[in-house]
Design a protein around this ligand. Structure first.
Ligand SMILES: *Cc1c(COP(=O)(O)O)cnc(C)c1O
Length: 422
């Protein structure tokens, strides 16, 4: 499609957009009486209007039923989390039994590593990407030390080439080959949080597993953003947070995937009563008998008040479906790219898109020169984006609620900002 940087053209795209009505189902912060242009759905998704009711329902059940809400609430609390398995399995390409919801992301990766990072004297290394999200770096380092190794012995980072912003798959493969005999685990982000690069998880999983390496993925920037087939790709385990693309609310619960082939294994795990055989959970037996399925990794009974808004959002995703989201995602991201290039050309703007072609709903823009001032100008003028050192703003035109008109308005504000600063 040939794009145009005009209001009429942007509005024409909105009029043709099958997902446009979903914008009305979200609450936007206001700037001078208008919705902000919201580019940080990759960091904290907007609040679905339905979320309040889901939370109120739990509050009311608690008020009216108190302890009996565990069994007699309209959505009983004791198996509330099971409502997520079916819709989430479609979002990440899994069987419902492979999905559970619990805790938060880093906690879950630790719990999953308790089962899946089992280093011994010969295989003990972990391969991850250079400059992984800080929490992942700390987590991996601490796991290595927890097992009595040092990071210089056991941590292997795939590096970018000089002057390149993306990780090349051939370099990932080469790193796997170089450490094939002593690596226990490969754990990477499926979509890089900084550049927005999407990794070929299927190929990397296969390559590493063929060399005897267990493979896990941190899907913080992938869940609700890209289509995946975790089951068919034979991924061992994965986890994601729900407050980014999945709009569940600040700091909210994490989803986990554990491949079916591990469900009946005797993998050691850090257990708790919520992972115990459902029928016998309240018999208070001394011996742990794990649920077959990802639910067998549950530890505690769940924070229902925080699951409630997550469920509201998951129901929206189930209604829309990933294929429709992905179709709009690609078009609106391409439109944003077009606007950025058009503005750069017309203003001699000194910035550069560093997101590679393998991308989803994010363009990371390296602002040379006046970076921080331009960022501040955008934020003061109703464009919500975020700043990542040294000089990058990340723009995520989330397909569920961003409009093409937003992209046009952003282009106008960006142009005005560049002109004012220069
Ligand atoms: C956002 C994000 C996290 C956040 O972890 P929490 O435990 O939810 O605070 C972790 N890893 C990656 C890759 C992220 O993008």
């Amino acid at each position: 499609m040939v794009f145009e940087n005009t209001l009429e053209f942007a509005q024409k795209l909105d009029a043709q957009d099958a997902l446009a009505p979903y914008r009305q189902q979200f609450i936007f912060p206001q700037h001078n009486g208008k919705n902000v242009v919201y580019f940080t759905g990759n960091s904290l998704g907007l609040q679905p209007k339905s979320a309040q009711k889901f939370v109120n329902d739990v509050m009311n059940d608690w008020a009216n039923l108190a302890v009996e809400g565990h069994f007699y609430a309209e959505k009983p609390w004791w198996d509330y989390h099971e409502r997520f398995a079916e819709p989430l399995s479609k979002i990440v390409g899994a069987k419902p039994s492979e999905i559970t919801v619990m805790n938060t992301l880093t906690v879950n990766l630790h719990l999953l590593m308790a089962s899946f990072y089992r280093p011994n004297a010969t295989r003990y290394k972990i391969i991850c990407e250079e400059k992984a999200f800080p929490s992942d770096q700390y987590m991996i380092q601490s796991q290595i030390q927890f097992h009595g190794f040092t990071t210089s012995q056991a941590l292997v980072e795939v590096k970018k080439r000089e002057n390149e912003h993306q990780l090349r798959i051939e370099d990932i493969f080469a790193t796997i080959d170089a450490h094939a005999n002593d690596t226990a685990l490969l754990l990477m982000g499926g979509v890089n949080y900084y550049t927005g690069q999407v990794f070929d998880m299927q190929a990397i999983t296969k390559y590493a597993q063929e060399r005897g390496i267990v493979v896990g993925w941190d899907l913080a920037h992938a869940a609700g953003n890209i289509e995946m087939q975790l089951h068919d790709w034979n991924v061992d385990f994965a986890a994601w947070c729900s407050y980014k693309y999945m709009n569940s609310g600040p700091g909210n619960a994490s989803g986990c995937f554990v491949h079916e082939r591990h469900h009946k294994s005797n993998l050691p795990r850090l257990a708790g009563w919520w992972g115990h055989n459902k029928e016998r959970r309240f018999k208070m037996e001394p011996e742990f008998d794990p649920v077959h399925g990802a639910d067998g990794w549950q530890v505690s009974n769940l924070p229902i008040l925080s699951l409630a808004p997550y469920l509201a959002s998951v129901e929206l995703f189930a209604e829309v479906g990933m294929p429709a989201l992905v179709a709009k995602r690609d078009q609106i991201t391409a439109y944003l790219e077009f606007i950025l290039n058009d503005v750069a050309q017309k203003t001699n703007g000194n910035f550069e898109i560093i997101t590679p072609a393998a991308r989803a709903s994010q363009l990371s823009v390296f602002l040379h020169g006046q970076g921080r001032k331009l960022f501040d100008y955008l934020m003061k003028n109703g464009v919500i984006t975020d700043w990542r050192e040294p000089n990058v703003i990340r723009l995520a035109p989330v397909p569920l609620y961003c409009s093409y008109e937003d992209m046009f308005r952003f282009g106008e504000i960006l142009t005005a900002g560049i002109q004012e600063i220069n």
